[in-house]
Design a protein around this ligand. Structure first.
Ligand code: PLP
Length: 412
């Protein structure tokens, strides 16, 4: 069993109402995660989760998170516009720069967002696009390998993000000369990490660096931004991160570096918040028996790219057959003309018949959002399972007219 699932009756009821494929999200689960995270960091004054919009950019979800006291982490001008339309403003928006067109800084500045600079050259851009505010955040890349204990968890030295330490020293001085008084420090060193030690280890690096930089520059450390990266157990044999233990681990590091308090902690979780609270609901529409046994679904990689792109595992269940023995081995495929369009490869599953409702788990983050239109495939609908058990269509499926709408110079 995956770490969290709705009962099959909910998927069946949703599929009776909306044509498959669609992504289904669970409101209650998302609210519970937001509360558990805030509880885990309740020791920290001014803690705030800035939900990473890119993980699940649907206004219905963003509004739920706003009701739960979350801000948003935006990575583009369009995401900033979405945040504004959903009622977020000012310090409840974090804008994570990354090789941006300069005008995107101007919108972030106008909204009063906290701007997280990715590179020392961003300082001049920001100065030219509205100016440097009193509080500014910088993204740190410590280089080399990132380890938790002895295990290598990532290779920041190969990553395109962030300032080096000498650049941080110089950059903060320049920001100070341009009017900054307080700074935040951010780093994202390992993605989809379920180890409880990820945030505490990262916090140690950031807090030590921020304390040293504050001493060197005289700037006040305003916050430590632990960014995203806390993972979820996509595989049934993986453990779920214990978020209370994570919060407690960060608290212990905090006490070591900032015993007087006064420095806030921020997070930008995407996957951990909504990943397990989404499912891609599909029907089996085809079967084929050649050198392998294939089941074809009415969804494809254009609806969920992670397996094709990263070889990512997503758990699959068949409605009404959860108790059946997994005594058939299938490649579960989509309909793209791409051999990597497989949701599962050589997966042991119960016998699947055409017409079965097949549910792909943990699609609530970086699922729909990574959709695309290759092969003229259209993005699916998104459906919300509300707390009272009812459903709401929160995005309709694309139509061929949507696909044609951006074409110019030809009438179709
Ligand atoms: C993608 C991203 C996140 C969210 O990452 P998750 O792995 O979904 O938690 C947070 N912050 C930044 C800057 C990102 O690019």
């Amino acid at each position: 069993m995956p770490n969290f699932s709705l009962p099959d009756s909910v998927f069946e009821a949703a599929a009776a109402r909306y044509p498959t494929p669609f992504h289904l999200y669970d409101e209650r689960g998302i609210r519970e995660n937001a509360r558990a995270l805030q509880q885990a960091f309740a020791w920290c004054e001014d803690f705030e989760e800035y939900f990473a919009v890119k993980a699940l950019p649907n206004p219905a979800i963003l509004r739920i998170l706003r009701e739960e006291g979350c801000g948003l982490d935006c990575s583009s001008e369009t995401e900033l516009m979405l945040a504004e339309r959903c009622g977020f403003s000012g310090r409840d928006i974090m804008f994570s720069a990354n090789a941006m067109p300069p005008r995107e800084f101007a919108l972030a500045h106008r909204l009063g967002a906290i701007i997280n600079l990715d590179d020392i050259s961003d300082i001049d851009t920001l100065a030219a696009q509205g100016g440097v505010g009193e509080t500014v955040c910088c993204r740190y890349n410590p280089g080399g390998d990132f380890r938790i204990g002895t295990a290598i968890m990532g290779n920041p030295g190969e990553a395109k993000y962030g300032f080096t330490l000498p650049q941080l020293r110089e950059g903060l001085r320049r920001l100070q000369a341009l009017g900054a008084k307080r700074f935040g420090l951010h780093a994202f060193l390992s993605s989809n990490t379920i180890e409880n030690d990820y945030y505490p280890t990262l916090a140690g690096i950031l807090m030590r660096t921020a304390r040293d930089l504050a001493e060197e520059t005289g700037l006040v450390p305003a916050f430590i931004n632990l960014s995203g990266g806390v993972g979820i157990p996509y595989r049934p044999d993986q453990e779920r991160t214990d978020i209370r233990q994570v919060g407690e681990g960060v608290r212990q590091v905090y006490e070591e570096f900032f015993p007087e308090g006064g420095v806030a902690v921020k997070t930008e979780l995407g996957r951990w918040m909504t990943g397990p609270m989404g499912w891609l609901v599909t029907h089996a529409v085809h079967e084929k028996h050649t050198y392998r046994d294939y089941i074809g679904l009415d969804a494809c990689a254009a609806n969920l790219m992670r397996p094709a792109m990263y070889g990512a595992y997503h758990h699959i269940t068949v409605c009404g057959k959860r108790d059946w023995p997994a005594d058939h081995v299938y490649d579960v495929t989509g309909c793209l003309c791409e051999n990597n369009d497989k949701f599962a490869i050589q997966r042991a599953l119960p016998e699947i018949a055409i017409g079965d409702l097949v549910v792909i788990h943990d699609t609530g983050a970086h699922g729909f959002a990574m959709g695309y239109n290759y092969n003229g495939r259209l993005r699916s609908a998104e459906v919300l399972h509300r707390q009272d058990g009812s459903f709401a269509l929160i995005r309709r499926a694309e139509t061929p007219e949507d696909y044609f709408a951006t074409l110019t110079g030809i009438s179709l």
